[in-house]
Structure formats: structure tokens, C-alpha cells
Write a protein that binds this ligand. Structure first.
Ligand code: SAM
Ligand code: SF4
Length: 361
């Protein structure tokens, strides 16, 4: 009985699999419980991360991603350091409180040093007023530490799938795409003291409910501070596109994503969870639905508009033509309409992380 499962304080794998299969009224009960949990353990406030898509140059070739290095159709770009800092200044002006710098993966010294310089410059804006999340892929522990010391304090590195077999079905099996290296990177980030985020795509070919349940248990076992989960969206210029007829429908992927968010909110009530842009791409109300299922973070895009068409990790990405100022007022109205409020001018750290840190120091 779903009522009995929802009363449990610890969810076992079989409970999660059961909850992932809910439909109709039962699914509504799950989402309602997750929203209640978020409102009681956190509040109705939404944290913003101004998203800066710094570069689509990537050394990797993940089989699902539109900007993979083997996709020759993509025009490659890298924002200048000045452009990144300008985006951060705009975030501060709009009261976003935090920025998230995302990029294809590069490990060369020029890139590493450039990020370090950018971090120092962002930290100079209004005496370190902005929080900084990085999502720059796999790096050595030394590089992660260098960026941490330069001012980054949150890092997002999705495991993509915690199931090794599935991981190698969605990535080439070579030294640049090594499941164990990815795991080791997450451990490095945790060890250094980042608010560490991870996550998975939902609705991948070959993905089962059991695998998704294991993903949620993996997040809990790692005790991460943040999670980002969004629906998989097949990109026609990628190898995984050939399996498009073997994945759940758009509606099913949306519902599955909402259930994943809701179940995780029950399992980890005080973490930060992102309402991913991919949700809004497959459903105009997808971001709101994710918030109502338990998410509490939104990443409005601040990338200069002329570059956005080249950062299409999946097709028809939402808000590609919106100007940052338009996003700003649109978001505020949309969140109020669902009984939520944006918290401006704050870092919006993970409560789970803050409490854990306080308990260990
Ligand atoms: N390169 C870094 C990395 O991979 O961690 C950060 C940028 S990468 C584009 C950010 C995320 O986009 C990935 O973690 C992946 O989950 C997501 N992504 C890529 N292709 C996608 C697709 N076709 N559908 C949904 N999400 C996708
Ligand atoms: Fe590169 Fe990230 Fe895309 Fe993989 S998901 S190809 S690492 S940008």
C-alpha cells in the first residue's frame, strides 16, 4: 500500500521501485507528500544560480550529448574571461546571489588557470557577494582544490548512471569515459569540502526502475548536498538517438523525473534539488512541476544570447532566445503563481550540507 510506504522513515529499494511505478491518484499522493516535506523541512523559497555556459569545447564524447567532441556540426566557442565576469556582474545586479559556470570538459593548464583567474575576479564583485557553483567535468583532485581555494564552493558532477553497465552503454568505453574515475572525482569533491552535487538523466535507453532506485540510494549513500535530475532528451546528432523508439514517451519521462525528485525529497529532505532546464524543454510547465515535486533551485540562463544556439546539449532547449532581464521577471511571476518565492541576494546553500558541517566542526 502506498500509504504505508509514504509513512516509512527509511525507504528500501523495493519501496522506491513501487513508488516509481505509481500513476494517477497514487502518484499525486507521492508528489503531495514530497511538497509537504520540502515546505516543512525547508520552506517555499527558491534559490537561483545564474547559469553561464562558458564553452562547448569538450574532450569527451558522451553518447547522448549534442556538444560531444565527435559532433562536427557544432560551432565551438569559449567565452572570454571578461564575458564570464560580465555575466556574473549581471547576476549580481539582478539579485541572483549565485552563479553556476558550466562547460564542456577541458583539463589543459590554460583552461585550469583561466577558471582560477575568473574565480578570483568573481569573488572581487561586491566583496565576494556571489556564491559560485562549478560544473566543469572531471579534473584532478589538485585542480578541484585550486578552484576551491580560489572561491568556488559548490560543484556539480552528475554520475549520469550509478549502474556501471548502463554507464558504458551511454558512454564510450575508454580511458576518457571511465566510470570509476567519475566515482573517484565525486569522492575528491566531497573530501575537499565542496557542496557536492550529482545526478542522473531519467528515461535513458536500457534504464530500469531498479537502476533508478539504485541511483537514489547512491545519492543517499554518498550523502551529497545537491542533486540535479532531468529527463533524457535524444539529440539527432548523437549515437543514442538510434534508440529513441525504445525510451519512455515525453509524458512518461516527465512523470518519471517528477517521481524521482519527489522520492529523493522524502529520502534526503534538506538537500538542494534543481528543477533542470530539460524539464521545461519537454513540458512548458516542467520547471513548475519539478518545484511542486520537491525541487528548490532554478538555474536561469545568463549566457550571452549569441552563444546559446551552440550549447545545445539536446534539441529545442527552453529559453534559448530569452534575454536575462525577461527571464528575471518571468521567473518571479511563475514562482509566485505556484506559491513559491524567490530568495534574492543570497547564496542559497544546501541546508543538509550546512548542518553536517556544523556538526563536524
Ligand atoms: N561537461 C560537464 C559534465 O558533463 O559534467 C558539464 C556540462 S554537461 C553538458 C551537463 C549535463 O548535461 C550532463 O551532466 C548531462 O546529464 C546533461 N545532458 C547532456 N546531454 C543530455 C541530453 N541529451 N538530455 C538530457 N540531459 C543531457
Ligand atoms: Fe562533454 Fe559534458 Fe557533453 Fe559529456 S556531457 S560530451 S563531458 S559536455
Amino acid at each position: 500500500m502506498i500509504q504505508d510506504i509514504l509513512k516509512k522513515s527509511v525507504l528500501e529499494k523495493e519501496d522506491i521501485v513501487h513508488l516509481l511505478a505509481t500513476q494517477g491518484e497514487e502518484m499525486k499522493m507521492l508528489l503531495k507528500k514530497a511538497l509537504e516535506t520540502k515546505l516543512s523541512r525547508l520552506d517555499n523559497r527558491i534559490h537561483l544560480r545564474g547559469l553561464i555556459e562558458m564553452s562547448n569545447i569538450c574532450r569527451k564524447s558522451c553518447l547522448y550529448c549534442g556538444v560531444r567532441s565527435d559532433n562536427r556540426k557544432v560551432e565551438r566557442y569559449t567565452l572570454s574571461e571578461d564575458e564570464v565576469v560580465e555575466c556574473a556582474k549581471l547576476a549580481h545586479k539582478l539579485g541572483y546571489g549565485s552563479v553556476a559556470i558550466q562547460s564542456g570538459e577541458r583539463n589543459d593548464a590554460a583552461f585550469v588557470e583561466s577558471i582560477t583567474r575568473i574565480l578570483h575576479r568573481i569573488k572581487e564583485i561586491d566583496n565576494g557577494a556571489l556564491g559560485v557553483t562549478l560544473s566543469l567535468g572531471e579534473q584532478s583532485e589538485d585542480v578541484y582544490r585550486q578552484w576551491f581555494e580560489a572561491g568556488a564552493h559548490r560543484y556539480l558532477l552528475r554520475i549520469e548512471s550509478s549502474n556501471e553497465e548502463l554507464y558504458y552503454k551511454i558512454h564510450p568505453h575508454d580511458e576518457r569515459h571511465d566510470f570509476h574515475k567519475r566515482l573517484a572525482c565525486i569522492d575528491s569533491l566531497l573530501r575537499i569540502g565542496y557542496q557536492t552535487g550529482t545526478g542522473v538523466m531519467v528515461g535513458l535507453p536500457f534504464q530500469t526502475s531498479e537502476i533508478l532506485a539504485d541511483d537514489l540510494l547512491f545519492f543517499k549513500e554518498k550523502d551529497v548536498a545537491m542533486v540535479g535530475m532531468g529527463p533524457f532528451i535524444p539529440h539527432p546528432d548523437t549515437p543514442l538517438y538510434q534508440y529513441s523508439d525504445q525510451i519512455p514517451t515525453i509524458e512518461e519521462r516527465m512523470n518519471l523525473t517528477l517521481k524521482m525528485i519527489a522520492i529523493l525529497r522524502l529520502m534526503m529532505p534538506e538537500i538542494n534539488m534543481v528543477a533542470a532546464t530539460a524539464n521545461q524543454t519537454i513540458d512548458p510547465m516542467g520547471r513548475e512541476k519539478a518545484i511542486m515535486a520537491g525541487a528548490n533551485v532554478i538555474m536561469p540562463n545568463l549566457t550571452p544570447n549569441e552563444y546559446r544556439e551552440d550549447y545545445l546539449i539536446y534539441p529545442d532547449k527552453a529559453c534559448v532566445s530569452d534575454k536575462p532581464e525577461e527571464c528575471f521577471s518571468c521567473l518571479d511571476i511563475r514562482m509566485k503563481a505556484i506559491g513559491h518565492e524567490i530568495l534574492y541576494n543570497a547564496w542559497g546553500d544546501s541546508v543538509a550540507f550546512t548542518k553536517k558541517k556544523a556538526a563536524t566542526t
